[in-house]
Each structure stands twice: as C-alpha cells, then as structure tokens.
Design a protein around this ligand. Structure first.
Ligand code: AMP
Length: 393
C-alpha cells in the first residue's frame, strides 16, 4: 500500500497536485464531460479542509510544447471554481516571476491552477531543470493523475523524484481495485480482451494466464490467434510477427488450465468502411476478400455464458471496429452483459469505457478506470514508474 494524503500533514504546506483535467471540449471550448474534474474533488476538498495551499497542475490535449490558446485550461478553471464554490487562482506561466507571484501569497485552503503543463516542451522530455522549478513551488507532491502515471514526464515522474510524494484518493482507488482483482479475485475470474494492438495485449494475456480462469478474446487481435492455429482469416488484421507467441500462449493456457475462448464466428466486411458489404463467417473460414470487423452472434452468446458466471471481470478493448455503428454490436452486447453481472467489474481503455457510458451502464460497473495506458500496464504485471517513487505505508 502506497502512502496517500491521509498519511501526511498538509496543514499550511504548499501541495502540488498533478491531476488529469484532460477533458473533452467542443469547438466552442465548452466542456462536454467533466468526469475527470469531478473525480478529483474528494482529494482537492480534503486538502482544502486540512489547510493545504493547493496548486493544481494538468495537461490538456497534445499542444506539443507550444502555447495553443484552444488548449488553455481556462474553461477548466471556470468549471472547477463552480464545483468547488470558490475562486481558483490561475497562473498563466509559472516560470514567469510576475505571473507566478500569486502562488507566494496563497493562504491555507486556497487553490491555484497552473496553465496547461504541456505548453512547455520540457514537460514530456522530463527535463530535470524544469522539474526542479516545478518542485520548487511546493513542499509535497500528490499524484492524482492515474491516466499519466505510466509516463515519465516532468510533472509526474520528475517532480515525484525531488520532493516527498503521495497518492491522491483517485490513484489510491485505482491501485486498490487492480490489486484486489489481480491478486485476490473472487472466482470465476474472466478477462475480456479486444482491440487491435496485439503487441500491447499479448503481454497482458501472458500475465493474466497466472491469474484468470477464462480469457475471452475478440476484436482485431483475435485474428492473429485464429491464423496461428491454422485458420483462414481472409484480409483480417494479423500481426504476423506474433504468430509463434500466440501459439505459445495457447499452449501455456492449456498447461495452466485457463480457458481461452476465441470468436467462433465473425462479421466480415469486403472493405474497412461503414457501408461495406458484410457477411458472417465461421472462424477460420473467411472468404479471401473479406476481413473480420466484429464478433458474430454465436460468439456473443458463448461469451455471454462466461460473463454470466463470472465473479470478477476485467475488460479492455472493443470486440469490433467500434467507430462504425455497423460493427458495434458485439462491443455493445458485451457491455450489457458486463453491466448485468453482479460481481466485481473493471473496465479500462477508451472504446470499452465509451460503450458502457453511451449505453448508460456506467453506474452498474464496479470500476471504470481513468487511465487506459496505465491500467494496461498494471494488467501486464508492471508497476507504474510514478507510483514506484511513492513510499509504502
Ligand atoms: P486498442 O487500442 O488496441 O484497444 O484498439 C482499439 C481499436 O481496435 C479500435 O480503434 C477498433 O476499431 C479496433 N478494432 C477492433 N476490432 C477490430 C477488427 N476486427 N479489425 C480492425 N480493428 C479493430
């Protein structure tokens, strides 16, 4: 267990909190979903109530080290002030003495927000001198940005190396949930993996083989497995460099008594487009000019049975090409079955999270992770570099 803000004295201390305010905005720069702001309120309110001088720091989008007015955190400032019901000081450029002056005058319980930290090119390079300047603003660092906890940036890893660092409540709950599921799950434990990046997902499968009872594999990555066992996958997405590894994984699963279920049928399309001609193929029997775009109806039924029995579920990645309505059915059905399950359910990764949210199932999921990349790293059995810098309790 890592130290959290509960384990330190924050009264009158300057506390730099790395949050993830990377919220979606429309073209009028209106925030369309403020979940990432509301998710950090328990930490911010705790710090206010305990007399800290709170300095918040976040990135927004990918300005690549340039000042981009469209990616300013000002809209977040307004929303945050509203939610906290108090004025939040905005610091346009903390490297500029005049602009940073209000930080010196912060009183116990005050809150300040720094402008988008990725406006500085030093941030993503984890520049040491830049991290030192950031660290000089505070006595303590709080990691509350789970979504960037796997990256070695100046405002995450760089600062945590220089001043005492602890977790905020959001990071604490993310770590707890994954730890419980991976190391002490209620069984049966079912993992559902989809998506396209086979290279990212194979290490996840390798790690999960020591933990889960059943693995359901869908999405683009399934075709590498189907091809590996000699099936014809037509034009489907395949990572040819991973065929041997896919076979080794399936052998290892047998040894460990882990059930791996691949799709038994698939919705194929003549080309990668929404209005392509489609046809359902049994796995391994694709026509040469079709590619797999979604799991088929028999697979949905078969996966449903396993999900129904599960007491712990981890899901990462869409079961089909989720961006197109026509190939969203598999992912949406799986979202429904996971939501219906009464056990512990954890979802990470953009498209799978989007599916449960758009269908209104969010509240029926035990935990929706705020970090796709970070959660994938935990599922691979790796620790997060920024979290490693935080002392154990
Ligand atoms: P990942 O980042 O690995 O979770 O992959 C997500 C992407 O996988 C989404 O953009 C999906 O469109 C894509 N995807 C899912 N199923 C397939 C498929 N059968 N063929 C190609 N891409 C897919």
């Amino acid at each position: 267990m890592k130290k959290t803000i509960r384990d330190i004295d924050v009264e009158n201390k300057r506390v730099l909190v790395r949050v993830d305010f990377n919220v979606p905005m429309n073209s009028d720069l209106k925030i369309t979903d403020d979940t990432r702001i509301t998710a950090t309120l328990p930490t911010i309110n705790y710090l206010i109530e305990h007399g800290a001088k709170v300095i918040l720091c976040s990135h927004l989008g990918r300005p690549n080290g340039q000042v981009e007015p469209k990616l300013s955190l000002r809209p977040v400032l307004a929303r945050l002030s509203q939610l906290l019901n108090k004025e939040v000081v905005f610091v346009e450029d903390f490297l500029n003495k005049q602009s940073a002056a209000p930080l010196k005058d912060l009183k116990s319980g005050d809150v300040a927000l720094l402008e988008n930290i990725r406006f500085y090119k030093q941030e993503e390079k984890n520049d040491e001198a830049f991290a030192k300047k950031l660290a000089a603003l505070a006595d303590v660092f709080v990691l509350e940005a789970f979504g960037t906890a796997h990256r070695k940036h100046a405002s995450t890893y760089g600062v945590a190396k220089l001043i005492p660092a602890v977790c905020g409540f959001l990071v604490e709950s993310e770590l707890d949930v994954f730890d419980k599921a991976l190391n002490n799950p209620e069984r049966p434990f079912v993992a559902i993996l989809g998506g396209a990046k086979v290279a990212d997902k194979l290490p996840v499968i390798e790690n999960l083989l020591d933990r889960v009872d059943t693995l359901l594999i869908g999405g683009g990555m399934a075709y590498t497995f189907i091809k590996a066992i000699g099936g014809n996958v037509g034009m489907s997405l395949v990572d040819s460099s991973k065929l041997d590894l896919a076979n080794k994984i399936m052998d290892k699963a047998k040894e460990k008594n882990v059930k791996i279920l691949l799709p038994i049928d698939n919705v194929g399309a003549k080309d990668f487009s929404e209005d392509a001609e489609t046809k359902v193929f049994n796995s391994g029997f694709f026509a040469d000019n079709y590619q797999g775009m979604d799991i088929g109806p028999k697979t949905i039924k078969c996966f449903k049975k396993e999900i129904k029995k599960a007491k712990t579920i981890i899901w990462n990645g869409p079961l089909g090409v989720y961006e197109y309505d026509k190939f969203r059915r598999g992912t949406n059905k799986i979202a429904k079955y996971v939501a219906k399950n009464k056990g512990m359910s954890i979802i990470g990764g953009g498209d799978s999270v989007a599916a449960v949210q758009s269908l209104g199932y969010s509240r029926r999921i035990s935990h929706i992770s705020t970090g796709g990349g970070a959660s994938l790293m935990l599922l691979q059995g790796k620790s997060l570099p920024c979290v490693d810098l935080i002392e154990d309790k």
